[in-house]
Design a protein around this ligand. Structure first.
Ligand SMILES: NC(=O)c1ccc[n+]([C@@H]2O[C@H](COP(=O)([O-])OP(=O)(O)OC[C@H]3O[C@@H](n4cnc5c(N)ncnc54)[C@H](OP(=O)(O)O)[C@@H]3O)[C@@H](O)[C@H]2O)c1
Length: 327
């Protein structure tokens, strides 16, 4: 089978289209014919081996896993021993980050628990755009407590993979959503349900008088103190992405800041969850949430797709489609 592989950390140029042997599913595994996969920032970290902490799981000197790709959608081809929830022919999707990646290939063996039935209303490319970004957004919104109906929720970085889901999920929870993005994404944020949109190139939300019950930081480069200034009394701040220093501060100092300042501050480490993916799946099938896809590339153009994601300005998700995929 064809797969995009790499043998050394580096730029997207180290990725090569290679013919490799198709794996046979072991007990608890499912062999999936991948129809589409999507890119995440995690793929870029593992491609570059940076930040350095990414190498702890993927190999200190060179990558142990030759094929990246966490988010996949496809059809079950075979199941290993003990797998009862799927059978050949089932359409599935999932996030393989906790079970070895490997989605940028025509076939991948995945742990059954990483997969869920594909929402019937979505095409394979749409489904591949969902797992990691949507589950991160969902877990981020509730990491410091549930969102309440009518609560003011601000999403800092509302236009990329995670941000477009965060706006819609917050809206589906009944929040009054403020989206922070650049001017070229203002209309999209409104269309996804944001009541109020702030262009970060012209306005500084940490300096106006509006206060928020929850700020979810997806992308952005502000300090903890600046974010805290925009919180209402007993407000919650969850830092999922953006500036590495702010993520570390939120993770390490969050509990102390929370006690000292009467707010709740958390750094987020999202984890793949079938339960959360199923919850998102229902919202997708109901039409309350839609995946936003910026660009699709064929498998052989993964390096170009990676370069585009690395530009930091993707509008929603970047998706890889397989030529053999029947939609
Ligand atoms: N904590 C976790 O477990 C977890 C899980 C998944 C992802 N993440 C992190 O979440 C972050 C976002 O991931 P993603 O997949 O959504 O990335 P992404 O799709 O690459 O994000 C691209 C978007 O970010 C926006 N952006 C760039 N700079 C910005 C700024 N200064 N202020 C506001 N928006 C800005 C861009 O909009 P413009 O073009 O308008 O600037 C673009 O639409 C990454 O840091 C990723 O590592 C964390």
């Amino acid at each position: 089978m064809q797969a995009m592989t790499y043998r050394a950390y580096g730029t997207p140029d180290v990725l090569q289209l290679t013919t490799i042997t198709r794996s046979v599913p072991e007990a608890g595994e499912v062999l999936v014919q991948v129809h589409a996969a999507s890119l995440n920032q995690a793929d870029l970290y593992l491609l570059r081996g940076e930040p350095w902490v990414a190498r702890l799981s993927s190999g200190l000197r060179r990558p142990k896993r030759p094929t990246l790709g966490a988010d996949v959608a496809g059809r079950v081809v075979a199941v290993g021993g003990g797998v009862t929830e799927f059978q050949p022919g089932d359409a599935v999707y999932g996030d393989l980050a906790a079970c070895g990646f490997g989605g940028f290939a025509e076939y991948v063996c995945a742990r059954a628990e990483a997969l869920a039935p594909k929402p019937a209303s979505l095409s394979f490319p749409q489904a591949a755009a969902v797992p990691m970004a949507a589950v991160t957004a969902l877990q981020g919104l509730r990491a410091a407590g549930p969102v309440e109906a009518g609560e003011r929720v601000l999403i800092h970085g509302a236009s990329g993979g995670v941000g477009t889901f965060a706006v819609q999920l917050a809206k589906s929870m009944g929040a009054h959503v403020t989206a922070v993005c650049s001017a070229r994404h203002v209309e999209q944020a409104r269309a996804l349900g944001a009541e109020h949109v702030i262009d970060y190139t012209r306005e500084d939300f940490t300096r106006d008088s509006r206060r928020y019950g929850l700020i979810l930081v997806v992308n952005g480069r502000r300090s903890l103190a600046e974010y805290r200034r925009a919180l209402s009394p007993r407000g919650r701040l969850v830092v999922a992405g953006g500036d590495v220093g702010t993520i570390m501060q939120a993770t390490l100092l969050g509990p102390a800041v929370s006690i000292a300042r009467g707010v709740r501050v958390r750094g987020l480490v999202a984890r793949p969850s079938r339960q959360d993916l199923m919850l998102v799946g229902h919202l997708l099938d109901s039409g309350a949430v839609v995946p936003v896809i910026d660009r699709c590339y064929p498998l052989g153009e993964l390096p170009e797709a990676m370069r585009y994601l690395a530009s930091g300005h993707a509008r929603g998700k970047v998706v890889i489609t397989m030529e053999q995929a029947g939609q």
